[in-house]
Design a protein around this ligand. Structure first.
Ligand SMILES: Nc1ncnc2c1ncn2[C@@H]1O[C@H](COP(=O)(O)OP(=O)(O)O)[C@@H](O)[C@H]1O
Ligand SMILES: [Mg+2]
Length: 444
């Protein structure tokens, strides 16, 4: 059972919303229904988020991301369609039942932290538990534990205003962790942070995720962030799903021109991993073979080196044609002493960007070896260079280019800051209803 499921989900703002759904069901673009004086924010969205997955929803400002995430936790009622949390259709729940499900199963981390300004850091972090009626000492203990997880031990008794932006967002994250829900929704949670702090937070989230195994729906307008964090990425355009896939699927096989244009500038070497560029290990040589067989194998395959692999695919090392040839002329009978065991090994998940150094050091193609020590592929240097060549030179400018100018945005593109302000009220109201401080308060 998926942790979160959206099924033919629509959110149309305006009086004639149902009529708009009918038209959109016929495949009309949302501009065509403008005459109805409605805004089609989310249109026929379908996906399933697996338990333990980081599912990123990415799109430009106005593409419907916040509207979508608010429907996922019941802060907004869909115009039509179904949202399921752990198999429960939350659109059918009463207000009280919905609030209960939310406090037990779904936490939210906001862009602007939503902290209570007059409460200490630990009281803020404990808030989700307070709403649930957990006794004070117990919830503060749990809060302190979560604060330690995000690196804020020692800051428990400070006030939010004494913290930097990055630290405040850690409190927001700690609050979600303390609430101990399996599902965490994060709406542009890192978007307001400086780039370096933002990268730090991304790393920390990945680390936490590796140990805690939460189900995370992470919203961003930043392609690089999406690619870094997402097990899968859902690209939204004009409220519709343009593509759902892994970063590599989206890079290598974009569903349409829109997605292709979007990913054009991304730093491929950061997204592609060793496993996506490696080639089959041909030829391989059995350690029990003699030098003559080894030499013949290499010549048949027109290579000057080969990996030596046991029957169970365990990598032993590599041999070189020259060494074997010399050994043969001095009458060697086996490969004893001829196998180079000190070779560069890389894990299949290593980013291509991190392979260049090792490749430069290595006499052989890089050996891609899994957790069990098996040779699963090889990466010749030319393959690495090809992966680099496929990349657009503007690389790291992807973020701003893709989100601001590269693709035409349907909505006027206000700055992120004013964008956030304009759309915060509904969330803040509902959040207060749920006992989370409103965002304005936190910024006084
Ligand atoms: N409460 C609302 N009433 C009317 N229109 C809204 C409301 N909330 C969002 N919208 C509109 O819905 C569209 C999607 O908005 P939003 O979900 O906030 O996008 P994103 O989070 O991707 O920037 C935008 O055109 C926005 O103006
Ligand atoms: Mg938004």
């Amino acid at each position: 059972m998926p942790a979160v499921r959206a099924d033919r989900l629509y959110k149309i703002f305006g009086k004639r919303a149902s009529r708009a759904v009918e038209l959109l069901n016929d495949g009309r673009h949302r501009d065509e229904i403008a005459a109805l004086d409605v805004t089609a924010a989310v249109v026929d969205v379908n996906f399933e988020v697996r338990a333990g997955e980081i599912f990123v929803v990415m799109g430009l400002s106005g593409s419907g991301k916040s509207t979508l995430i608010r429907m996922l936790n019941g802060l907004l009622e869909p115009t039509s369609g179904v949202v399921e949390i752990d198999g429960t259709d939350i659109t059918q729940l009463s207000g009280a039942a919905l609030r209960r499900l939310r406090s037990q199963k779904v936490s939210m981390v906001f862009q602007h932290f939503a902290l209570f300004p007059h409460r200490s850091v630990e009281e803020n972090a404990a808030y989700g538990l307070e709403v649930r009626g957990v006794p004070r000492e117990e919830r503060l203990a749990k809060a302190r534990e979560s604060l330690a997880l995000v690196g804020l031990d020692g800051w428990e008794n400070r006030l939010p205003e004494q913290l930097s932006g990055g630290m405040r967002q850690r409190v927001g994250l700690a609050r979600a962790l303390a609430a101990d829900t399996d599902i965490i929704l994060m709406d542009e949670a890192f978007s307001a942070l400086d780039p370096l702090i933002r990268r730090d937070m991304q790393s920390q989230l990945l680390e936490l995720q590796a140990t805690l195994g939460k189900t995370i729906v992470f919203i961003t307008h930043d392609l690089n962030e999406a690619m870094r964090l997402g097990d899968r990425i859902c690209v939204l355009r004009d409220g519709r799903v343009a593509q759902i896939g892994t970063a590599e699927e989206i890079l290598n096989d974009p569903a349409n021109d829109y997605v292709a244009q979007f990913v054009e500038d991304v730093d491929r070497t950061r997204v592609l991993t060793a496993s996506s560029v490696m080639e089959p290990p041909i030829p391989v040589i059995d350690p029990n073979h003699g030098p003559r067989t080894a030499l013949r194998t290499m010549r048949e395959n027109q290579t000057v080196s080969a990996f030596v692999v046991r029957r169970n695919r365990q990598l032993v090392g590599a041999v070189r044609e020259g060494v074997i040839g010399e050994a043969l002329s001095s009458d060697a009978k086996d490969l004893e002493g001829l196998i180079d065991t000190d070779i560069e090994r890389v894990h299949p998940d290593t980013a291509v960007a991190d392979l260049f150094h090792q490749a430069a050091e290595s006499t052989y193609p890089l050996a891609v070896v899994d957790d069990e020590g098996r040779l699963v592929g090889v990466i010749p240097r030319v393959t690495l260079l090809a992966a680099l060549g496929a990349q657009n030179s503007s690389g790291s400018a992807a973020d701003s280019a893709a989100s601001e100018t590269a693709v035409d945005s349907p909505a006027p593109a206000p700055s992120e800051e004013s964008d956030a302000n304009a759309k915060e009220p509904p969330e803040a109201v509902a959040a207060v209803e749920d006992g989370v401080a409103d965002e304005e308060g936190s910024r006084q």
